[in-house]
Write a protein that binds this ligand. Structure first.
Ligand code: CP3
Length: 343
């Protein structure tokens, strides 16, 4: 190795079949790791950890040291974007995030936005400096629809206010989506400037929308972000994760041509993905996170099934959603070992 070979993750995102396939896991830094819980306790709170560059870099590196994943994802949260737009944010212990529900759509102040997020960019730079050469660094952001849902309801899983505003109005809701398209592009570009080599956009709540709504409020903003981001960071791959989105939306994202990777939720049939999506871009996923909790032969069988479906083409191994906190770390080690010794 000269140390200059293209990284496995980036090769896969250029639509190359890489063997063994690159692997990383959503929420790979987190509560299932005792060393994470320790640094989180030292930081005092989840948000303090997000805005502490040295500690955020440290917890980003922990799963790389333990498991040797092909990519590190910067330790942060999608809700730092609404926070940077001026919306008060807290994380109540054991309850998840709380935003003060939005009353008016703020104006975008680029300088204040970048200043607020400077610790995230510092964490990326520090992480890149400390990562092994062969490990790619991923930056990320939430998608406009998912961010708008948290911003309007302030919390939760069902987002009644966001759904009502989206269905009734269109004008104010559309202004909020426009603001978020601009903010997300800005945040992704700044992360690349700080050292991110690929970026992922999470539309975690795309599945709450009907197909027609998803085309307007999930797909269209994602395509605007793709156009804006690729224009400003040519050659830096973009991965999108529209969780539980209708198949027509996944197909449209694959056909756009600007998106390098499509992260698939556990609801997507890997044989369908191999046939319909994989010829156009690189699928990422989509092992059920519950199999990683279960471990043993159930985990092996799940992984083998995915390998049989997606392993013939470009593919990034990942989960269909984030690691569950009760996941035994030794099951993660087993997964990586089995994948790397597969033929
Ligand atoms: O390792 C990584 O994947 C990077 C870090 C990361 C976190 N959040 C850390 C985190 C990433 C990529 C996210 C994204 C995120 N945050 C999403 C999109 C992905 C998804 O899960 O659908 C969403 C919807 C959020 C908002 C959010 N943050 C929620 C709903 C919660 C509470 C749920 C929970 O697991 O507690 C969080 C908290 C959060 N974000 C934690 C972590 C490690 C747990 C907080 C803790 O340590 O107590």
């Amino acid at each position: 190795m000269t140390g200059n070979e293209p990284k496995a993750l980036l090769r896969a995102l250029e639509h190359e079949r890489v063997w063994p396939p690159p692997v990383w896991l959503m929420r790979q830094a987190g509560r299932y790791l005792p060393e994470y819980r320790q640094v989180r306790a030292e930081a005092g709170s989840f948000l303090a950890l997000c805005y502490d560059p040295a500690r955020a870099a440290e917890v980003t590196l922990q799963p790389i040291r333990r498991f040797g994943f092909d990519a590190a994802i910067i330790f942060s949260d999608i809700l730092v974007v609404p926070h940077a737009l001026g919306q008060p944010l807290t994380f109540a212990e054991g309850e998840g995030p709380r935003l003060e529900p939005l009353e008016t759509v703020p104006a975008f102040d680029q300088a204040a936005f970048r200043r607020h997020l400077a610790p995230v960019y510092a964490a990326l730079a520090e992480t890149r400096a400390r990562l092994p050469r062969e490990t790619a660094l991923i930056g990320f952001a939430g998608a406009p629809w998912t961010l708008a849902a948290y911003m309007l309801d302030g919390r939760g899983h069902d987002f009644p206010r966001a759904l009502a505003e989206m269905r009734q109005d269109g004008v104010v809701f559309g202004q909020l989506i426009d603001l978020l398209v601009e903010s997300v592009i800005e945040h992704l570009v700044a992360q690349v400037e700080a050292g991110a080599e690929a970026v992922q956009v999470f539309d975690s709540w795309a599945g709450l929308l009907s197909e027609a709504e998803a085309e307007i409020w999930s797909l269209a903003p994602l395509l605007r972000i793709a156009a804006g981001f690729v224009g400003r960071c040519p050659g830096v791959p973009l991965i999108v994760f529209p969780r539980n989105a209708p198949p027509a939306v996944l197909q449209a994202l694959a056909e756009d041509g600007r998106i390098a990777g499509l992260s698939l939720g556990s609801d997507v049939d890997p044989d369908w993905a191999a046939r319909v999506l994989q010829p156009r871009l690189t699928p990422q996923g989509n092992l059920d996170p519950r199999l990683l909790v279960e471990g043993g032969t159930a985990l092996d069988a799940g992984l083998d099934r995915l390998t049989a479906s997606l392993g013939e083409g470009p593919w990034i191994m990942n989960l269909g959603h984030g690691i569950l906190p009760e996941t035994p770390p030794q099951n993660v080690a087993r997964l990586v070992e089995r994948l790397r010794t597969a033929s």
